[in-house]
Design a protein around this ligand. Structure first.
Ligand SMILES: Nc1ncnc2c1ncn2[C@@H]1O[C@H](COP(=O)(O)OP(=O)(O)OP(=O)(O)O)[C@@H](O)[C@H]1O
Ligand SMILES: [Mg+2]
Length: 293
């Protein structure tokens, strides 16, 4: 029935530190189906980025491993494109050229998927259009807004036609309105292309809105998967309709309960974090509310 594309199996991750090895992750296992949208949620520092970096091949797990379509992952590869929290565009290249650079790496005679000059151009433009960036494709990163840069980063990742799209808080730095636009575009794109996605988020509403499953991580050290929540809301999903949907609100409460009852974390909150305000139910925002209550 299921078609497992990614198998994260019994991962432990230890980092060497001056005080000896630090165990960030302990026994993390997760199987992901092709076309599935999985969110990773958990308190700051629990190990979400570490999981993503291991899947990306940027870190090597201390124990256990990751297999993509049955093949062990031990280095980065274009079939696992990463969108980092802060866009990582090359500042001297235009949006178009940033995407082109990635496309040229993936499509070649050597890889058996060569694209002619004209096909390459069409492909780059198609992907920039998907994220509604076709109007500004010849601008450089310093000439476009943060949200636009993030969209170019997503176009670049999509243009590589990755088997798995890995996103580390892709909308974390965006204002609420831009974030909502980006979430809607991502849902449209995923609906069209059926990408397999792992996305890290701090935003409970974002996780419920976008995911097929929400993977909730326990607090570190030795963090692991605490619970997994299936999100069986019908697609396409409409944020306004969902706001009053009973099942949506039940799922949202489940995640909040996990984070603030079962994995409550109020230590290490600096004064600065307490006074920062967030518009939606983000992990950190909710901690602030608890504190204030
Ligand atoms: N290279 C490293 N060396 C030592 N410790 C590390 C290293 N990278 C991460 N850690 C530690 O591992 C733990 C998990 O870090 P990670 O960045 O994965 O957390 P996170 O869940 O992504 O947090 P955030 O939500 O703040 O991004 C943290 O305690 C962090 O300090
Ligand atoms: Mg992180």
């Amino acid at each position: 029935m299921s078609n497992i594309i990614l198998d994260i199996s019994k991962i432990d991750m230890q980092f060497p530190t001056p005080d000896g090895p630090f165990t960030a992750l302990k026994d993390v296992s997760l199987k992901i189906e092709e076309g599935e949208f999985v969110s990773l949620i958990g308190h700051s520092g629990c190990g979400k980025s570490t999981v993503l970096n291991i899947v990306a091949g940027l870190y090597q797990a201390t124990l256990g491993g990751v297999a993509l379509e049955g093949k062990e992952v031990n280095e980065p590869g274009p079939e696992r494109a990463v969108v980092f929290q802060n866009h990582s565009l090359l500042p001297w290249l235009t949006a178009y050229q940033n995407v082109e650079l990635a496309v040229d790496q993936v499509f070649s005679h050597a890889n058996g998927n060569y694209k002619s000059k004209e096909e390459t151009k069409e492909w780059i433009e198609y992907n920039l259009k998907l994220v509604h960036m076709d109007h500004a494709m010849h601008k450089r990163p310093d000439e476009i807004s943060g949200g636009m840069k993030q969209r170019v980063g997503i176009a670049r990742a999509l243009a590589m036609q990755p088997k798995v799209l890995l996103m580390d808080e892709p909308f974390g730095a965006l204002d609420a309105l831009t974030r909502a636009h980006m979430q809607d575009s991502l849902m449209e794109i995923q609906n069209e292309l059926n990408n397999t996605v792992i996305m890290i988020t701090h935003d409970v509403d974002e996780a419920v809105l976008l995911s097929d499953r929400i993977v909730m991580m326990t607090n570190g050290p030795a963090a692991t998967i605490g619970e997994i929540l299936d999100i069986n809301l019908e697609r396409p999903r409409e944020r306004l309709a969902l706001a009053s949907d009973i099942e949506y609100n039940r799922l949202r409460s489940e995640v909040l309960r996990f984070l603030y009852e079962k994995q409550r974390k109020v230590d290490h909150i600096t004064k600065e974090e307490k006074i920062s305000t967030k518009t939606s139910a983000s992990v950190d925002g909710k901690v602030e509310n608890n504190e204030a209550a």
